[in-house]
Design a protein around this ligand. Structure first.
Ligand code: DC
Length: 222
């Protein structure tokens, strides 16, 4: 079974996807981390983020790997080209360049192929932007998570503060909105709601309430 969880930056996808995976004992797949890993590698190797052919070559040559302990729901590490990039993929410089890298069609082709392999291995809750529309169009359950821009900026500011980065909320919101605009208007696989997805606005809802809602959809689909 595949549960597709899409939505804009900081909509709560990761927290919710991990909680759903733990609750159901299935695998969590963070596809954003895969675009981030390729972006990190490009920065590390000095491949420019506007060099589509160079980025495509990197993505094709270096499959992103996740470490899952036996039967575990949540990966303990993300790796690319022999580097453990688990923490590095969250760096602000990766944030700043990942939209450009993920807009390259050939990068998406390589990563979508890899996502289908990983999703085929076990029951999976996959989070991203195009899971229900492109990667797994026949997913049994599709949810599009959203929240107001203010709420998303508030959440992201708390996450960043926990990682030691103090940033003004206005600035966080502006960056999120810029990334969402780019992700929603790009030509290849833009962020959009699948026709058959359930739209869930998480503004004012607790994680528990959102997870309960998704688990109920899964039970109904079984
Ligand atoms: O979910 P995230 O913030 O870690 O995603 C990082 C970027 O990767 C995001 O700006 C858009 C891109 N992305 C994508 O294009 N398709 C996906 N399935 C997942 C992420």
């Amino acid at each position: 079974m595949i549960i597709a969880l899409d939505g804009p930056a900081a909509s709560g996808k990761s927290t919710v996807a991990k909680a759903v995976a733990n609750r159901l004992g299935i695998r969590h797949l963070d596809t954003g981390a895969m675009y981030r890993a390729v972006t990190w590698l490009a920065l590390h190797e000095g491949v420019a983020v506007d060099d589509a052919a160079g980025l495509a070559a990197l993505a094709a040559a270096h499959p992103v790997e996740f470490d899952y302990a036996d039967g575990a729901s949540i990966a303990t590490a993300v790796r690319i080209a022999g580097h453990d990039v688990t923490r590095a993929v969250r760096l602000p410089e990766v944030d700043a360049s990942v939209s450009a890298v993920s807009a390259v069609a050939a990068v998406r082709e390589a990563l979508v192929a890899r996502q289908r392999v990983l999703g085929g291995e076990r029951d999976t809750v996959a989070e991203g932007r195009d899971i229900g529309t492109v990667v797994f169009p026949s997913a049994e359950v599709k949810v599009y998570l959203t929240a107001s821009a203010e709420e998303r900026a508030r959440r992201r500011k708390i996450d960043l503060a926990a990682q030691g980065h103090a940033v003004e909320q206005d600035e966080v919101q502006e960056r999120l909105e810029r990334r969402d605009h780019f992700d929603s208007t790009r030509e290849v696989s833009p962020l959009e709601v699948a026709d058959d997805a359930t739209l869930l606005d998480t503004t004012g809802l607790s994680v528990e309430e959102v997870v309960d809602g998704i688990v109920a959809l899964v039970e109904a689909a079984r």
